[in-house]
Design a protein around this ligand. Sequence first.
Ligand code: LCS
Length: 406
Amino acid sequence: MKNHSKVGFETKCVHSGIDEYEYGSVVPPIYQTSTFKFKSAQHGASLFAGEEKGYIYTRMLNPTVQAMEDAIAALEGGHKALGCGSGMAAVHTIFAALTQAGDHVVCSSAVYGPTTTLLNTIMKKFGVETTFVDTSNLDEVKKAIKPNTKVVYVETPGNPTLCISDLEEVSKIAHKANVKVVVDNTFMSPALQNPLALGADVVMHSLTKFLNGHADVVGGIVVVKDEETYQHFRKTLNQTGGVIDPFNSFLVHRGLKTLAIRMDKHCESAQTIAEWLEKHPMIDSIRFPGLKSHPDYQIGLKQHKGPGGMITIELKGGLEAGRLMMNSVKLFQLAVSLGGVESLIQHPASMTHFSMGKEARLAGGITDGLVRISVGIENVKDLIADLEQALKKVEEAHLKDVEVHV
Ligand code: LCS
């Protein structure tokens, strides 16, 4: 579908990136090839010189990959997109393309752990310095921008604290200082949040999560707004080599077709579960963008089309109680990652955010007792029953503990 602008989001999910294919194939064929034959030596030379359009080599561009990229660019309202081998390859591509030695980055303090680690190790080694701030606090963003700042990198809602940054306001502040805004939109997906429309310059996703949605692909994507940026990013990705392959692109493109209905279900079930958890006696604190108790609930209402499928909780009894809960669930699976059809539970401090180190974790609000839940699309009553039986064990252990200490 070439003209995406006028149809609804659900229609875009099903039809974006789809073209006319040989034999009338309704879905994009998997061009599982590393290289493409030239018609002549002159043809090959003119493709390399950019005088003619066509495919050369799969690291440079592949039709199955491109179909998936076009689909996601349309869903995000961007110009074009670049498929990467993982979300981290997408993060690396962005910093490799937008920064050089002597530059400075402002980054949200609550982001996926390895993003912090990449900035603090590899990017630092190449001369790029980063200041981590709570980007939900606009004064902190303003204060952190320096004359050599090139990028404000925002993850919202942040992983795992679910803090929400106001993308319109952050973009205004950054653009005044001529700084690019990059948004990791993994937790919301384009079904619930469109950062480019809110002022951001570049959007990225871990495709591994909601966009693919079936926990069977690792991939990433970068969406840009104009051809010049696209060409610059494409050259960077071609040189660093972190591309996604045709088969994984096919799977992601297939997953996209159900994105709208999956996100509706994730949001609805997560809202029901969060409201149930909030009233449970063993919950010490809970963060969910759809609860009025969320400190940035109003910004979420303005910025999101739904609350998403991620919940974080802290239990009475802290880390030990959290561990007992994670070991007691039966339907929820104890695993990292998120955004798939199956519900998952994990412990950020010892798992996804372990590599950051305790100091950076606590600065980002990631306490040792925090437990993260990714709500899948199973029957919500079954999910609540599972949490109920696990929390019952936590409650019994807590009561025993209280008795021992009386
Ligand atoms: N950005 C966010 C917000 C993420 O949650 C992740 C992965 C990435 C980037 C990196 O993507 P990947 O390279 O894994 O495709 N988040 C994970 C998580 O929370 N648990 O396991 C992976």
